[in-house]
Write a protein that binds this ligand. Structure first.
Ligand SMILES: Nc1ncnc2c1ncn2[C@@H]1O[C@H](COP(=O)(O)OP(=O)(O)OP(=O)(O)O)[C@@H](O)[C@H]1O
Ligand SMILES: [Mg+2]
Length: 309
């Protein structure tokens, strides 16, 4: 920017003006494409957790698999552009790539049982490459991806958010028009109480319905059949009832989940005959019922909505 312009903080030179105008046009074009793409998707579901590492990406990928088994056309978008991981849980290695067309649109790869996957991780050369992006760049990367990825016609697009329910998640959610609802993932500790409150606050701020809450790592079943509640018991269900948020189900702790994820396999397909995989099918049925019958509600007015970060 020229010196006088910087001092006054108002005027732009002709070339700077052109640059800004071009950037604005590019953003408008992206927004136009984004809206066009999103119109071809019937239900857009945001998967959120207030804490990191509770299994959100694992739940998103396997719920997507379960919805596909229930004959829904499903896509998964990894909105965690700074820490992409979901592609690996769906069986695609980092650097796998996405096919680009001459017109600049991108075709996301499809994995069994029929889920399309888009993640920045597919475009990185290696896992070790760090992506250190500031908030505004993250937002424009997500806008650009959503503008150019050609999902085709989908029933469900699941959006795996970065951990938290703060400003970053608000900004991302605001990029996506007409979100159908939020699925919350938590673990059964006392922490889950604040998770539900923050999520309720988040949903209310954006006027988005909450589809329900999934309790991951809910219990561990020993070889002799005994159940251990490693992270606590019942908090998520109690709170869900208190705030009238549907409880979608529980996923147990299972060593094979970590194993499948570490080996880059989709758990649901590697170990279909397990308690966890059966739970995903039941959860998918509940999600289908709530979403497709329009039962999801924006949280009520009597929740203390302070905070949310
Ligand atoms: N029910 C479970 N049983 C055993 N391991 C699990 C279970 N759920 C998730 N994991 C493991 O926990 C780790 C974290 O899971 P995941 O990456 O899905 O969490 P996340 O909430 O998406 O994390 P982040 O906040 O970093 O995005 C992974 O190694 C995953 O394999
Ligand atoms: Mg994740």
């Amino acid at each position: 920017m020229s010196k006088p312009a910087r001092r006054s903080g108002m005027r732009l030179g002709t070339s700077e003006y052109k640059q800004v105008a071009e950037r604005m046009r590019a953003i408008q074009e992206q927004q136009r494409r984004l809206l066009m793409n999103m119109r071809r998707i019937q239900y857009k579901v945001v998967v959120l957790s207030s804490k990191g590492g509770v299994g959100k990406s694992f739940v998103t990928s396997n719920l997507a698999g379960a919805l596909a088994v229930r004959a829904r056309r499903v896509g998964v978008f990894d909105a965690d552009v700074a820490g992409p991981s979901i592609h690996k849980m769906m069986g695609l290695p980092t650097g796998y790539g996405m096919t680009a067309r001459m017109d600049g649109t991108v075709i996301p790869p499809e994995v069994p049982p029929g889920v399309k996957v888009a993640s920045v991780g597919l475009l990185l050369p290696r896992d070790e490459v760090p992506l250190i992006w500031r908030g505004a760049i993250k937002t424009s990367a997500i806008r650009e991806l959503l503008a150019y990825i050609d999902w085709g016609e989908l029933d469900y697009l699941l959006i795996d958010m970065p951990p938290g329910t703060g400003d970053e998640q608000l900004t991302i959610a605001q990029l996506i028009p007409k979100i159908t609802g939020i699925v919350l993932v938590t673990i059964p500790s006392e922490v889950s109480k604040s998770v539900v409150k923050k999520a309720a606050s988040f949903a209310k701020k954006l006027n988005i319905p909450v589809i329900g809450i999934i309790e991951n790592m809910a219990y561990f079943r020993c070889g002799d059949g005994r159940i251990h509640y490693i992270f606590g018991r019942g908090a998520a269900r109690e709170i869900a009832e208190e705030y009238e948020i549907p409880f979608l189900g529980q996923i147990p702790v299972d060593e094979r989940i970590r194993d499948a994820n570490d080996r880059g396999k989709m758990f649901f397909l590697e170990y279909p005959d397990t308690e966890a995989s059966r739970a995903f099918l039941e959860i998918a049925d509940k999600v289908i019922d709530i979403v497709e019958n329009g039962k999801a509600k924006v949280p009520g007015g009597d929740i203390d909505l302070e905070g949310g970060g």
